[in-house]
Design a binder for this molecule. Structure first.
Ligand SMILES: NC(=O)C1=CN([C@@H]2O[C@H](COP(=O)(O)OP(=O)(O)OC[C@H]3O[C@@H](n4cnc5c(N)ncnc54)[C@H](O)[C@@H]3O)[C@@H](O)[C@H]2O)[C@@H](O)CC1
Ligand SMILES: [K+]
Length: 477
């Protein structure tokens, strides 16, 4: 599990560690790790040209000490000081002593640079980049040099990933001691590029994580794998209420996802039964009401219902886990959803989340973490907020899961239907609701990456690639 911690938690852990170490030791560890990554990126350090963008806090100090290390190995290193009076004093002295040079005003430092180190601001930053830093961020973006951000891209909010105004766009971010939420959640994540972690001995308290990202071995442990004693009913039956005369495809895609989620059987209830069976003859179908369809261990309701709410009330009233998606989010009775005793999983995209919250879509996109938490608390439900970084939050607080496998190619019609079937199937197979949502997002992203290879994907191809994603996870774990 990869975990991310808030700035407050990082600061507390930092104080505890500093009290046990000689002065400046932590910054040396950070700078040493940063210099190693820079050297790797440069390939050959001797003779290379490096530009440091140095703010007036410890983030700038890290950059200066790392710059000193590179200068000692023969790099030509020049530092642009945002505020010469307030630059980290000891760091600047070490940098100069190692042969580093401070840029003159107006000097064209970016010409011919191989690497730019962004030490403008780290976890001490508030708001977007200040005016004086903006031209530097722009020049770095335009230069062909590799941009390495120190701890986090300057200008992104460490706790939320929010970007107000301008921020540095990094190719690589070298982060110290702990991942910060802003490195894993969009829009911040996009600015961070590839994130490299440097262990400086920080030990944030257990249970304090803001975010968790499952890794292969976590998912492998959670996947429902049948045993010798399993039969189709013991593996779980998932019921799917989706599709309409107008949108039969949503039913087919939700069933396609459900068939690959580990439940032993898929029961479809609705008017697209013909389309479903002709594509997937293994599906149990009926056209009546969900309440009379036979026992299931979890329901999925909503994709492609159009305006037909007739089958939703039965599902919402069921005493098994229920996933509500797409049209279902709009049609379901909010009070009844809130009042459910069994677990509920809501799977909105940003637009649907905004409608449920009664806020503009822009708010959800800019503050994804706050929005998903708010929605989960308001609906007493687990909420999976779809997007470039899919988030899953439980109703009682605790760490939010962030999906690391997403790809922009998943933004394609019908891919959400596949995801809801898949997650519902995992619920029926017995996964807890937070696990079902995050494992589904993980496999779904992995499947899309497998089929995409950098080209557009269709939702049914994503469903078809799910067995391969399972196999990848189980093999590599
Ligand atoms: N937390 C830790 O355990 C460690 C932290 N270290 C470094 O220290 C950093 C934190 O240092 P500080 O607390 O000094 O804070 P920062 O260096 O992150 O930021 C403070 C400085 O940035 C300026 N600033 C604030 N908002 C700004 C904005 N929007 N635009 C431009 N400038 C802005 C402030 O005026 C101040 O001078 C970390 O990010 C990391 O790089 C490392 O040296 C070692 C360990
Ligand atoms: K930075």
């Amino acid at each position: 599990m990869r975990t991310a911690y808030s700035v407050d938690t990082v600061r507390t852990a930092e104080r505890a560690l500093m009290a046990r170490l000689p002065e400046g030791a932590l910054m040396q560890r950070a700078a040493a790790g940063l210099a190693v990554v820079c050297a790797e990126l440069l390939g050959r350090v001797y003779g290379s040209r490096v530009v440091l963008l140095v703010g007036s806090g410890d983030n700038g100090g890290d950059a200066l000490y790392a710059g000193a290390r590179l200068a000692r190995r023969g790099a030509g290193v020049v530092a642009v000081l945002l505020d010469a009076e307030r630059a980290h004093r000891a760091g600047l002295a070490a940098f100069r002593a190692a042969g580093g040079r401070v840029a003159g005003s107006g000097e064209a430092v970016f010409d011919g640079a191989d690497l730019v180190v962004d030490g403008i601001v780290g976890i001490g930053g508030r708001g977007g980049l200040r005016e004086r830093a903006v031209p530097l961020a722009r020049a770095a973006a335009q230069s062909p040099a590799v941009v390495v951000s120190v701890d986090l891209p300057s200008g992104i909010d460490a706790d939320t990933g929010q970007v107000t105004g301008e921020a540095v766009r990094a190719d690589v971010t070298v982060t110290f001691g702990a991942y910060k939420p802003g490195l894993l959640v969009d829009p911040g994540r996009e600015y961070a590029g590839a994130v490299r972690f440097v262990d400086i001995g920080l030990e944030p308290a257990d249970g304090e994580a803001e975010l968790e990202a499952l890794q292969h071995h976590d998912v492998a442990r959670l996947l429902p794998v049948p045993t010798e004693e399993s039969d189709k009913y013991r593996r779980g039956v998932v019921g799917v209420v989706a599709g309409s005369a107008r949108y039969p495809g949503a039913a087919v895609l939700a069933v396609a996802g459900a068939l690959h989620g580990g439940a032993g059987a898929v029961r479809y209830v609705g008017p697209a039964a013909g389309a479903v069976v002709s594509r997937f003859p293994e599906t149990l179908v009926s056209e009546g009401s969900p309440g009379k369809a036979g026992r299931v261990q979890a329901w999925v309701a909503g994709p492609g219902l159009g305006d037909d709410a007739s089958r939703l009330a039965d599902v919402v009233a069921a005493d098994v886990p229920v996933l509500i998606d797409a049209d279902g989010l709009r049609l379901a009775d909010a009070r009844a959803v809130r009042g459910r005793a069994a677990p509920t999983l809501l799977t909105p995209h940003a637009g649907e989340a905004a409608a449920l919250l009664g806020t503009p879509r822009e708010y959800v996109e800019a503050e994804r973490l706050a929005a998903v938490r708010e929605l989960a608390a308001r609906y007493h439900a687990t909420v999976l907020l779809k997007g470039s970084t899919t988030l899953v939050a439980g109703p009682d607080g605790g760490a939010v899961r962030v999906n690391p496998t997403g790809t922009p190619w998943l933004a394609t019609a019908g891919s959400g239907d596949v995801l809801s079937g898949l997650a519902g199937s995992l619920l029926a197979a017995g996964l807890g609701v937070l696990d079902a949502g995050s494992v589904a997002a993980y496999l779904h992203g992995l499947a899309a990456r497998r089929v995409s290879g950098g080209a557009p994907v269709a939702a049914q191809d994503v469903a078809g690639a799910l067995p391969g994603a399972w196999a990848d996870v189980r093999r590599e774990a």
